[in-house]
Ligand binder design. Structure first.
Ligand code: MLT
Length: 392
């Protein structure tokens, strides 16, 4: 066969980081190993979500059977999403919401919406941002976050129209973009005709104190953002949906390029390539976004945040440089000098039976760092902490 593979594959850096870690864990075959690498949900879905999905499954096997869902989501879920935003003081209309099977798929689809342009990525960052842009043969500009305490700096972006990825709270760095910093990006985007893709997968981890003192729950709290920002949301880390798959993107009606509405193109694209998220899942998502569902999510999120807080406290007492640990379930730490030449992953994995994610796995500029995921059950995380006390 002479068919050429997508040239973009040549630009990918090895395997997807979590696939490699999974393999190493499987090879080690140790029952005592504690996995603090991938950020996967540790607690079950809320009862109200399970009940809603059971009811929906019953409907599907009876008179109320449903076939293809609408490609951009059922109206009932869009209304639940709208109401969830209203509870946070943000207005988004149903027609601007595009329900999806999660953030990765949305990143891919959004990148594909645009023609020949440069995609700007801040790194260390979420690998699908780079991988999807590379596989779509886009030009990519990677900006080193370590020069700015791991918070994106708009002054490092050259003044040309582009697609800019932002993620707040940051995966992997755990840092949060303030309203003032976001305003700088929005002003930049409006001035240069650029578009921002804002990944809010961890927005519900931002504490009320930070929100009151200069944070944002949603990018549309910033003036002008509705003209230049697409927001991506996920239920994975909010409602333990990592195995169920549901999220959404907001493409505001004011988002217009070349005189055309981006949401019209998105609708067109989805109808060609996506048959929507299943009815049962969407009913579960609706329940997760109800006030009852959200109350449960807050309890779980607070457990993960407590884990992160305790880890941050330990690292502080040991003088380890780190980011995150508050407003985020991730802690991004610099490898202590006392660990010598051995990589952080190997040190913790081989000597202490703890798997973390090497900073190198997050696109670029993470070489001396590693990420610890605090999305763990309390008991297991505290067991890990006792081990980490010996390691740091
Ligand atoms: C993470 O751990 O960073 C992600 O949740 C895993 C993923 O999206 O692949």
């Amino acid at each position: 066969m002479k068919i050429k593979m997508n040239e973009g594959f040549k630009r990918l850096k090895g395997n997807y980081v979590f696939a490699d870690i999974r393999k190493k864990i499987a090879e080690k075959e140790s029952k005592n190993l504690i996995d603090l690498s991938v950020g996967d949900a540790a607690y079950p879905i809320a009862k109200v979500v399970g009940e809603a999905m059971k009811k929906a499954a019953d409907e599907m096997s009876g008179e109320n059977f449903k076939g293809y869902p609408p490609a951009s989501g059922y109206p009932f879920l869009k209304t639940a999403i709208k109401n969830y935003y209203i509870r946070k003081g943000v207005e988004v209309s149903e027609s601007e919401v595009f329900v999806s099977d999660g953030a990765k798929s949305d990143i891919k689809r959004i990148v594909e919406l645009f023609g020949d342009l440069t995609v700007t990525i801040f790194a260390p960052g979420y690998p699908p941002q780079y991988d999807c842009a590379a596989l779509n043969n886009k030009k990519i500009e990677i900006i080193d976050l370590s020069k700015d305490l791991f918070v994106p700096n708009v002054n490092r972006v050259s003044e040309k129209p582009r697609l800019i990825f932002l993620c707040s709270p940051s995966n992997p760095c755990g840092t949060v973009i303030s309203k003032a910093v976001l305003k700088g990006f929005v002003d930049y985007a409006l001035k240069t005709s650029s578009m921002i893709v804002y990944d809010s997968a961890y927005a519900d981890y931002i504490g009320i104190d930070y929100l009151k003192s200069g944070g944002v729950f949603c990018p549309y709290e910033v003036d002008g953002a509705r003209k230049c920002v697409i927001e991506i949301r996920s239920l994975s880390k909010f409602a333990s949906f990592t195995g169920i798959r549901c999220g959404w993107s907001v493409v505001p009606s004011e988002l217009v390029t070349g005189g055309m509405r981006v949401s019209d193109f998105y609708t067109r694209k989805l109808s060609s390539e996506f048959n929507g998220v299943g009815y049962i899942v969407q009913r579960g998502a609706e329940a997760a976004l109800s006030t009852e569902g959200e109350e449960y999510s807050k309890i779980i999120i607070n457990i993960y945040l407590d884990n992160a807080y305790s880890l941050a406290k330990l690292l502080k007492t040991r003088g380890v440089k780190f980011f995150g640990g508050e407003n985020s379930p991730y802690v991004f730490f610099e490898k202590p000098l006392s660990w010598g030449k051995i990589a952080a992953f190997d040190y913790l994995f081989n000597k202490f039976g703890i798997a973390v994610t090497p900073g190198e796995g997050f696109i670029a500029f993470g070489k001396d760092y590693a990420r610890i995921s605090c999305l763990k059950r309390k008991e297991e995380f505290f067991k890990a902490l006792r081990i980490l006390e010996k390691a740091f």
